[in-house]
Each structure stands twice: as C-alpha cells, then as structure tokens.
Design a protein around this ligand. Sequence first.
Ligand code: SAM
Length: 79
Amino acid sequence: MDGADTVVSRSALCHLPPALIMDCIKAGCPPDGVVLDPFFGAGTTGIVARNLGRYYVGVEWNADYVKIAEKRPGRGVLF
Ligand SMILES: C[S@@+](CC[C@H](N)C(=O)[O-])C[C@H]1O[C@@H](n2cnc3c(N)ncnc32)[C@H](O)[C@@H]1O
C-alpha cells in the first residue's frame, strides 16, 4: 500500500513517490491537521494526506493538473 488510491501514469505526470510523502506528513502534521502543498501538481500529496486522516490546502498554476487533481478523492481545498 503506497498511500495513493488513484492510478495515474508516472510517465504523464510529475509527482512525488507516495511513500516519501507519507513519511513527511506523518512526521510533520498531526492527525486532523492541515498539510499545505504549494506545488500541488495532480494532487498526490492530497490523496496521501486524506488517507492518513489529514486535510490539505493545495496550490497549482497548471490548469491541466488542476483538472486532474479535482477529479481525485480529496479532503481539502485547491487554489
Ligand atoms: C513536482 S510537481 C508536484 C508534485 C506534487 N506535490 C505531488 O504531490 O506529487 C511540481 C508542481 O509545481 C507546480 N508549480 C511550479 N511553480 C508553481 C507556482 N509558482 N505556483 C503554483 N504551482 C507551481 C508545477 O506546475 C508542478 O505541477
């Protein structure tokens, strides 16, 4: 289990490995806390945060990534 529950091609998107994100969130954010990702991409951080019981705020300037992120399961807001 890598924390991501939506399959997205690694070749099509630039995103961090879910296992790496998971360790950072566990170390830096308490349960029910809020994770800020100012470079949200397609939203892998948001999925991992949600799966770990955290909320998130994401910021992304690429409209194509925003469209993908909005379709993925979330527990936060995206700007
Ligand atoms: C490595 S990817 C994001 C990976 C993502 N955090 C994850 O969870 O896998 C970096 C993203 O930052 C976005 N980006 C770069 N500069 C930005 C800026 N100034 N404002 C918003 N988004 C930015 C890019 O469009 C790209 O989608």
